[in-house]
Write a protein that binds this ligand. Structure first.
Ligand SMILES: Nc1ncnc2c1ncn2[C@@H]1O[C@H](COP(=O)(O)OP(=O)(O)OP(=O)(O)O)[C@@H](O)[C@H]1O
Ligand SMILES: [Mg+2]
Length: 450
């Protein structure tokens, strides 16, 4: 049974929606939402139990039209992302909004001339974001889906993967783009000053408070607040942050007056917040509040396709700034850069190329020794549990000449029941015949390989 309760938080009408939302009651829900014309509305989905496809479409539409979805269950959020709102990334792509039609990259090993003044961004360069890998495209699709909503976003990724860049893009694509984008790094500020930096203070609130000061939440009113390195936010401030996120209101230090603020929060972290929650260093309630919409930026070594266009982009950029002319980037150089594991990700690549441009005196781009020396082949794919198990079973089967059961069989050696071993072999695609024939082939007799 669907239940909708209406409550008012200042100018905001909130409908708490609980129960199952199905096709029959969407019309009712739509009517109720529409009935509050002119007032900012939100749907609080905290107690929602089940939705169907029509409901997901409805929720996506509400959000796209500016009705925030509060406490949206993660499975609904993922579904919304999968289905996409009415005018989604793909539609915008058709209209070439992202200028991606111009994306015709040369292969990673092909030599390409880069002249001074060349933007180097004939590759996918969407609002200054270069790259064409499927992983990055997925991120951009998510960004496009969520940018127009007011949902809190948590951007996760290793250092230098572009979290701040993505936060800026979300702001620029949002309806808050006319408002401020205020950045706040939770590590850069001494612990004692953090609270006042976030919420501001009144004159005389503490010894050094010689004048009233506005905090970041006030400065970001009608805009976006980017909370960088959120994993480093001290524990005692976390409930205060949660409260502002929940109530969109706060008090300056030294004052009891509530100040309303209309801020969209984007947080970023390169630390695993779930682990911090488990270790008691990060509050679970704040984590869930921030994690409404997580965006994961993959490390550069997992999207090596992005390296050649990024190289051209940065070489052209630095060549222009430094006043150098780089005629070519050799396939070997590109290859070395593609194989390097980039622990510092795009930022590290950018700095290496800056040094490379300075070192190269016309002609081809020359890599600084540091990058070349440190280069190593990509890490081998980690062996999965199934791979290891398969190898072990095959090894034992080879020793028993393909015999599974009985006193000379593999089951006994492995300490397994015959039926257990047989079912494991089926699951792993191992047949004793093929093990034996491979063995035979190795001895120069059989023809087919395992
Ligand atoms: N896809 C990209 N295209 C172009 N430039 C990029 C891309 N990704 C990252 N960069 C550049 O790399 C540098 C690092 O990016 P950014 O500061 O956003 O990373 P970050 O994830 O916030 O890093 P940190 O965790 O260390 O703060 C910036 O100069 C940014 O402009
Ligand atoms: Mg950053």
């Amino acid at each position: 049974m669907l239940r909708i309760e209406r409550s008012v938080r200042g100018p905001l009408v909130v409908f708490a929606v609980s129960g199952r939302v199905g096709v029959k009651n969407i019309t009712e829900l739509q009517r109720i939402v529409d009935s509050e014309a002119g007032q900012r509305k939100a749907l609080n989905l905290k107690d929602l139990t089940l939705v169907d496809r029509h409901a997901v479409g409805f929720l996506a539409r509400c959000e796209a039209e500016g009705t925030p979805l509060e406490n949206c269950p993660i499975y609904v959020r993922q579904w919304i992302v999968r289905e996409g709102p009415p005018s989604s990334f793909s539609e915008l792509r058709r209209k070439e909004t992202f200028g991606m039609k111009t994306m015709h990259e040369t292969s990673g090993t092909e030599e390409r001339t880069v002249h001074q003044g060349d933007t180097g961004s004939s590759a996918a360069d969407f609002h200054g974001i270069v790259g064409r890998s499927a992983a990055l495209q997925r991120v951009l699709r998510l960004v496009e889906t969520v940018a127009t909503t007011d949902a809190a976003i948590l951007i996760r990724g290793e250092t230098g993967t572009g979290k701040e860049l993505i936060a800026g893009l979300i702001h620029r694509l949002s309806k808050r783009r006319g408002g401020p984008l205020v950045k706040f790094n939770c590590t850069a500020i001494p612990a004692g000053l953090l609270e006042s930096e976030l919420f501001g203070h009144e004159r005389g609130a503490f010894t050094s408070a010689i004048a009233r000061r506005l905090g970041r939440f006030e400065l970001a009113n009608n805009g976006t607040l980017f909370l960088d390195e959120i994993g480093d936010l001290q524990l005692d401030l976390q409930p205060k942050l949660l409260r502002v996120l929940e109530e969109q209101a706060f008090e300056r230090i030294g004052s009891t007056q509530m100040i309303r603020t209309d801020v969209r929060v984007i947080a970023a972290t390169n630390r695993p917040l779930e682990e911090l929650v488990e270790a008691g260093e990060f509050r679970a309630d704040l984590f869930y509040r921030l994690n409404v919409f997580p965006i994961d930026l993959p490390p550069l070594r997992e999207r090596t396709e992005d390296i050649p266009p990024l190289v051209r982009h940065f070489v052209a950029h630095h060549a222009r700034n430094v006043g150098r002319r780089i005629d070519a980037i050799s396939p070997d150089v590109i290859d070395t850069l593609v194989r390097y594991p980039w622990p510092g990700n795009v930022r590290e690549l950018q700095h290496v190329l800056h040094r490379a441009v300075i070192l190269s005196d016309g002609g081809s781009l020359e890599l600084p020794p540091l990058a070349v020396k440190a280069a190593r082949p990509p890490a081998p794919r980690a062996k999965t549990y199934d791979d290891a198990l398969r190898e072990h079973i095959v090894e034992v089967l080879r020793e028993t000449n393909g015999i599974v059961a009985g006193p000379r069989g593999a089951a006994l050696r492995l300490g397994l029941k015959r039926t257990t071993l047989v079912s494991k072999m089926e699951k792993l695609g191992i047949t004793p015949d093929r093990v034996v024939s491979t063995l035979a082939q190795e001895k120069g007799r059989a023809v087919h390989r395992y």
